[in-house]
Design a protein. Sequence first.
Length: 293
Amino acid sequence: MIEPKTENPYLFKTIGIIGVGLLGGSIAAAARRRKITETVLGAGRNPSRMRAAQQSGLLDRGTTNIAETAAQSDLIVVCTPVNQIVQFIRTVAQHSRPGTIITDVGSTKQKICEALYGSLPEGVTFVASHPLAGSEKAGFEFADPNLFQDRSCVITPDASLPSEAVAKVKQFWEALGMHVLVTSPEKHDQILAETSHLPHVVSSALAMTLTAENRAFTSTGFRDTTRIAAGDPSIWIDILLSNSQAVVNSIDKYTESLHHLRDAIENHDENLLRKLLEDGKKNHNALNSARPQ
């Protein structure tokens, strides 16, 4: 008797994660909890870290063999620092089966897309992604299966990509609980310079102004405003330098706003100061009602 063919209940049978840190670990945890995949593979450079990630239950198998992981995966998510993403995607693409989809979590997109779109082996598709979620913490030990819930993810597909692959990547992030936005790589980098990269620069600059003797006088306002300055500097160096012109433009725009505030304070211009502070409050309050379209 011939058994009836059963349909695969998973979005992807096997997901491979390259770089099992906070984001990679959280993707693994969320994919498991939401039953998006049957098998989660992880690959990285440190054997003891990969063993520990597997022993923690995040991965079915953790290894340093990136080629083997790529060959066995239907979806590969590259979660390395920005300056390593192109290199790793080229490596995994060479070992991937036709039909494999590759995506990433990089905070910048233009240089990555320019380097990769149209250059991968036939049958292997890269769809660039940036989930707008994270933490100043690092390491799979801080993996959170709810990290992506109700957050936005930006994808920047090229018009030449197979629509089925783009749709599957969109489904993947939505299955993790995210709202997916679509834009161009160039527009993504301009937007993120203002909404993500500039805030880190400002937070770091503010933290740098604090003298050692005044640390005991800080309270929640200062600590909340400088929280993201605790992020890994090596990661942020890569992000800021890979999007340097857009970041510089955003810094110039911010500096102009700061000068307006400075002048209003120096000149005791109460009306202007009130308007500037009210504009800032209004923009902040609007964030609470902002929803992806």
